[in-house]
Design a protein. Structure first.
Length: 385
């Protein structure tokens, strides 16, 4: 009898131990919803950290991107899965000369060659993706089981792409590049994927610097829908800085009016489903915009220069439903706004008043308290969104 009781208690202890281990594993595992990721360069390596509140945990170390001899930067493009468990980044592996692009004085333009790499953020396991993926165009499916991407081309300018007659191809595959299948091609010279949400992949197209498009494609039916928002010209020449919400259906865009004395930015809210467009606000200059997940609120920054040339940048929080625009922080140059999906903290870089370094700040939206996480050269820090 005593032996049976002892065995029973041992079994209970094992079950409790497994349960606690699972909870600890869940808590300590990288989950984007509980923090934000950022890169910081260290020598010729770059470390990826998970920032939870004010605690930074090093997740992995990968090769940095070399701009000039001895000048290293974070990877140019990194894409996190929705659940924050895997990431695809583009590893610099070499350079290739760009043909027929004359820089004068015997100089040769070089194109950097990247390899897409899948990394498991739980165990640092890396796998090279054997596909020609354009580093500017990749999105994860809503359940992270697939990725959509645009095939890389060798041509390096809009003109060369157009002269080649090559169409831009959209493909879908597993995150590791396996089971790739062609979805559609586009006439635009560049296609930038923005979101994969619900039944649609949202994108922006570029014919050149000034002529653009915006639309979405249904991966199941392959139907493409284009949209020209209110007050935008047909090729969106005057329609700038489109920012999609996480759902994809809502988006912000800017139209700049030149009054002669100064340029005024009008910020619009568009709805892809309802085909409705609303003028949200008018201001002198907007630097950055960032949606909050619910699609009803967003941040934007506004710059103001005094007579002495000093620049103050203000972070605003706009509540579309309640029609409020609140100033939540005033500081110096602000960039890389990143919202913690836990719902409380806004992270951003801010230039120090003296010197060239930038601070990585955490703003508590509830208390309005600001905390500096670290300070470093701007080119050595990158928030991963």
């Amino acid at each position: 009898m005593e032996l049976k009781q002892k065995s029973f208690f041992i079994l209970i202890a094992i079950i409790i131990g497994i349960g606690l281990g699972f909870l600890i594993w869940q808590y300590l595992s990288p989950v984007l919803g509980r923090g934000v990721f950022y890169y910081q360069v260290e020598g010729d390596k770059v470390n990826l950290f998970l920032l939870k509140n004010s605690h930074s945990e090093k997740i992995l170390s990968i090769p940095a991107r070399e701009i000039d001899p001895g000048d290293f930067r974070p990877p140019r493009r990194s894409y996190l899965s929705n659940n924050g468990k895997i990431m695809i980044y583009f590893k610099q592996v070499g350079e290739a000369p760009v043909e027929d692009l004359d820089l004068g004085e015997g100089m040769i333009a070089m194109r950097v060659v990247y390899n897409p790499t899948l990394v498991n953020l739980r165990n640092d396991e890396e796998k090279e993706i054997n596909q020609q993926i354009d580093s500017a165009s990749l999105v994860f499916s809503p359940n992270d089981s697939e990725i959509a991407w645009v095939k890389q081309v060798d041509e390096s300018t809009y003109q060369k792409i157009e002269e080649s007659g090559r169409k831009r191809e959209l493909w879908i595959s597993k995150p590791d590049g396996e089971e790739a299948r062609f979805l559609a091609d586009f006439d635009e010279n560049v296609v930038l994927l923005q979101r994969w949400s619900g039944d649609y992949i949202y994108f922006q197209g570029l014919w050149d610097v000034n002529n653009r498009s915006m639309g979405r494609i249904n991966p199941k039916t392959k139907q493409v829908d284009y949209l020209v928002p209110r007050d935008c010209e047909n090729f969106l020449e005057n329609c700038n800085n489109v920012e999609y919400s996480r759902s994809g259906t809502k988006f912000l865009y800017e139209i700049i009016n030149d009054t002669g004395d100064k340029k005024i930015t009008i910020l619009y809210l568009g709805d892809f489903e309802k085909r409705e467009f609303l003028e949200v606000l008018t201001t002198d200059e907007i630097s950055d915009r960032l949606w909050i997940d619910d699609g009803e609120k967003f941040f934007y920054t506004e710059q103001e220069e005094d007579k002495g040339g000093a620049v103050t940048e203000t972070i605003h929080l706009v509540d579309i439903k309640n029609q409020t625009d609140d100033s939540i922080y005033n500081g110096s140059y602000v960039s890389q706004l990143t919202f913690d999906k836990g719902g409380r903290y806004l992270y951003f870089l801010e230039k120090e008043k003296e010197g060239e370094n930038f601070k990585l700040n955490r703003l508590d939206l509830k208390t309005k308290d600001i905390k500096t996480i670290l300070t470093d050269n701007y080119n050595k820090i990158l928030l991963v969104q």
